[in-house]
Design a protein around this ligand. Structure first.
Ligand SMILES: CC(C)(COP(=O)(O)OP(=O)(O)OC[C@H]1O[C@@H](n2cnc3c(N)ncnc32)[C@H](O)[C@@H]1OP(=O)(O)O)[C@@H](O)C(=O)NCCC(=O)NCCS
Length: 213
């Protein structure tokens, strides 16, 4: 039996962090003494939330404030720590302590139009740790998680002015998504990118009551 995109998202939302943690461990290499940890928003303590927020603010505040997205700290904070937000946190050292946080990704399982997707809201690596493969590794983990819960795409939004991120996403295999404003002739300052996880023609309409005819 197959499942509709809505059913898949409902199932993924229930997945315990321990299941995501297993995929982190199977799909990361033990280099640079890095620890990858999967948590739900509700499983982050106050110090970790603060460390996540500080890294995000340091990397993104100025860029977002200058864009159409803007920087509304209250709204952004609520989005970040929404109950459906999930995190892959990267620590340098053996302990998942706030002071050891060097990178993270925040994502959610969602329905986007007719699709079920793993939407990557944030990918943040602290400046001193960039260019070491952490961003690629995080995207790889997200891909494995998305595939495991049978999401159809891995999606994200990137500001065109964020040239480094645009190059990074192209390098790790993202393309402009069909839903991106560019495809409708709009000149927005952001692009929606995606990577297909499951190639399938979906037709989930209810079968007619009598399928013998
Ligand atoms: C974008 C970002 C996440 C990339 O993470 P990273 O850990 O530095 O990237 P990696 O080291 O894993 O690089 C992976 C590949 O992308 C390429 N790449 C990364 N940054 C690049 C850049 N600025 N220009 C060109 N290529 C780049 C690398 O060369 C590498 O290619 P290779 O594996 O073939 O050698 C990181 O720079 C970052 O956190 N930036 C600030 C926050 C941000 O803009 N986040 C994205 C918001 S949408």
């Amino acid at each position: 039996m197959d499942f509709t995109p809505k059913q898949r998202v409902r199932a993924a939302l229930k997945a315990p962090s321990s299941d995501l943690q297993r995929l982190c461990e199977e799909n990361t290499t033990q280099v640079l003494d890095l620890l990858y940890v999967a948590r739900r928003s509700s499983e982050l303590g106050a110090p970790l939330k603060q460390a996540v927020w500080s890294l995000l603010e340091k990397n993104m505040r100025v860029l977002c404030a200058a864009s159409s997205l803007g920087w509304d700290a209250k709204k952004k904070h609520a989005e970040m720590f929404h109950r459906f937000s999930r995190f892959i946190l990267v620590f340098q050292g053996p302990e998942p302590l706030a002071e050891n946080l060097v990178a993270f990704s925040m994502f959610r399982f969602e329905n986007e139009e007719e699709y079920c997707v793993l939407y990557c809201y944030e990918l943040q690596v602290n400046e001193e740790m960039r260019g070491m493969g952490i961003g690629r590794c995080l995207m790889n983990v997200l891909e494995c998680i998305g595939s495991e819960w049978r999401m159809q795409k891995l999606m994200l939004t990137v500001l065109k002015a964020n040239k480094n991120a645009v190059k990074f996403y192209a390098t790790v295999g993202f393309q402009i998504d069909v839903s991106s404003p560019t495809n409708f002739g709009y000149k927005e300052d952001y692009e929606i990118l995606s990577r297909v996880l499951e190639e399938e023609d979906f037709d989930f309409e209810e079968a007619p009551p009598n399928t013998n005819h």
